[in-house]
Design a binder for this molecule. Structure first.
Ligand code: CP
Ligand code: NVA
Length: 294
């Protein structure tokens, strides 16, 4: 496996050669929950370190480790000695003596890199400013459930060229999706991320099988009125959805701000799969943990 002998899951690319199998296994685990996979992590512990807020990632990892028979240890960053100056490297060295894997959410990709360099157990990226690969696994599972296969599906991400967009472009693109990212000037994804960049949102969603929205201001962002103003024409609403394929679904990684990046009628409407997508975080991450530790 690329990405280190420990099988770290930092950007998503580390599991690309096993992605189909991972998604198959996630589907099996979902169908056979909680029995399928139970016991895979018996006697193992996983530290879940969160330096930023989380609902879905934290709960789905905690439940997932438990259902696999392991012990999840949730560690809010502000309750650790990090707050008194202990280095992230020492955290990685110490946790490695206790647990079998670490999941880490941070407002800094550099801190994740420091943790990975010091840890002696696999590290899972639970969101950084640049990447959110666990989210993409759930997105791919959701798309596959609806459409049967990923190859050639057109997915239009509309909004800030952020961590969720980047992971979707890199991991989803490598998995066979045609990813289009539509962002205003100054907030685009880099050109080599693997997505087609289309500034006009209506043009971007033409023929799309899925429209994907995310918050305009990420946890790593300063509140910026200018950013909200720039993104205002990129709101996902009924008009934009009508410009997509007749079979198009709506995705959002959540948390959502109805009325801002997406209208409530679309978020809670019949084309929205956002709560299936949230549920799939659990199944996809269980399959990932089995792959890394099983
Ligand atoms: N989608 C997602 O990662 O949600 P949380 O921030 O609640 O974990
Ligand atoms: N882009 C968002 C995703 C939250 C799950 C953020 O980083 O805050």
């Amino acid at each position: 496996m690329a990405g280190g002998e420990r099988g770290d899951f930092i950007t998503g690319e580390e599991v690309l050669d096993r992605l189909d199998g991972l998604l198959d296994r996630a589907a099996e685990m979902k169908a056979g929950r909680p029995g399928v996979g139970a016991g895979v992590l018996t006697g193992r512990s996983v530290a879940l370190v969160f330096e930023q807020p989380s609902t879905r990632t934290r709960v789905s990892l905690e439940v997932g480790v438990s259902e696999l028979g392991g012990t999840p240890i949730v560690l809010p960053g502000d309750e650790l000695q990090l707050t008194r100056g202990e280095s992230i490297g020492d955290l990685g060295r110490v946790l490695s003596r206790y647990v079998d894997a670490i999941a880490f959410r941070s407002g800094s990709d550099d801190r994740l890199a420091e943790l990975v360099a010091a840890a002696e157990v696999p590290v899972v990226n639970a969101l950084t400013p640049r990447h959110h690969p666990c989210q993409t696994l759930a997105d791919l599972l959701t798309l596959r459930e609806r459409f049967g296969e990923l190859d050639g599906l057109r997915v239009a991400f509309v909004g800030d060229g952020n961590n969720v967009a980047r992971s979707l472009a890199r991991l989803g693109g490598a998995a066979g999706l045609d990813v289009v990212v539509s962002s205003p000037p100054g907030f685009e994804l880099e050109a080599d991320a693997g997505a087609e960049l289309v500034a006009d949102p209506h043009e971007a969603v033409a023929g799309a099988d899925a429209i994907y929205a995310d918050v305009w201001l990420s946890m790593a962002d300063e509140d910026a009125a200018a950013k909200r103003d720039a993104l205002a024409p990129y709101r996902v609403d009924a008009d934009l959805l009508a410009a997509a394929s007749d079979r198009a679904i709506v995705l959002h990684c959540l948390p959502a701000h109805p009325g801002e990046e997406i209208t409530a009628d679309v978020l809670y409407g019949p084309r929205s799969l956002v709560f299936d997508q949230a549920e799939n975080r659990l199944h996809a991450q269980k399959a990932l943990l089995e792959l890394l530790l099983g």
